[in-house]
Write a protein that binds this ligand. Structure first.
Ligand code: SF4
Length: 135
């Protein structure tokens, strides 16, 4: 049976990883799971970044105070209420509810819903920005 040794949810700031949506990264004993990867090249870039972060954390372990608090997560209904709720499927998801779930997972962002009004796009970006880890 495979043991799960750590679970991380990492958010990427726009600009820090230009063009990359937010990712959920889970580290197991013998594998790393990353959601919504575009291709192998993206996977390799993220793994290289993750290696640097882990090595950096190890080298600075004496000055790091661990936190055992769970990260706050975006709320599904807060996202859904900003969406047009037309289920038009332009985002390649079957419904706005599924799209909202994908946003909570970090696999999609406001830019993936072309039907969003500019006002609600800004509200959604601001709301989701409150959950960034400032990586
Ligand atoms: S594109 Fe926007 S409005 Fe259309 S289904 Fe997706 S989330 Fe809903």
């Amino acid at each position: 049976m495979e043991g799960r040794c750590a679970s991380l949810r990492l958010s990427f700031r726009p600009g820090a990883w230009r063009g990359y949506p937010k990712k959920m990264i889970t580290i197991y004993q013998k594998k790393i799971a990353i959601n919504a990867l575009k291709d192998e090249a993206e996977a390799r870039k993220i793994v290289e970044w993750l290696k640097r972060e882990i090595n950096d954390a190890w080298e600075n372990r004496d000055s790091i105070t661990p936190s055992f608090e769970a990260m706050p997560q975006p709320k599904l209904m807060e996202i859904l209420k900003l969406l047009p709720k037309t289920n038009c499927r332009e985002c390649k998801e079957p419904t706005c509810l599924v799209f909202a779930t994908r946003v909570v997972e970090g696999a999609k962002g406001p830019e993936s819903c072309p039907a969003l009004t500019s006002e609600n796009r800004k509200k959604l970006e601001d709301y989701l920005g409150g959950f960034d880890l400032n990586i």
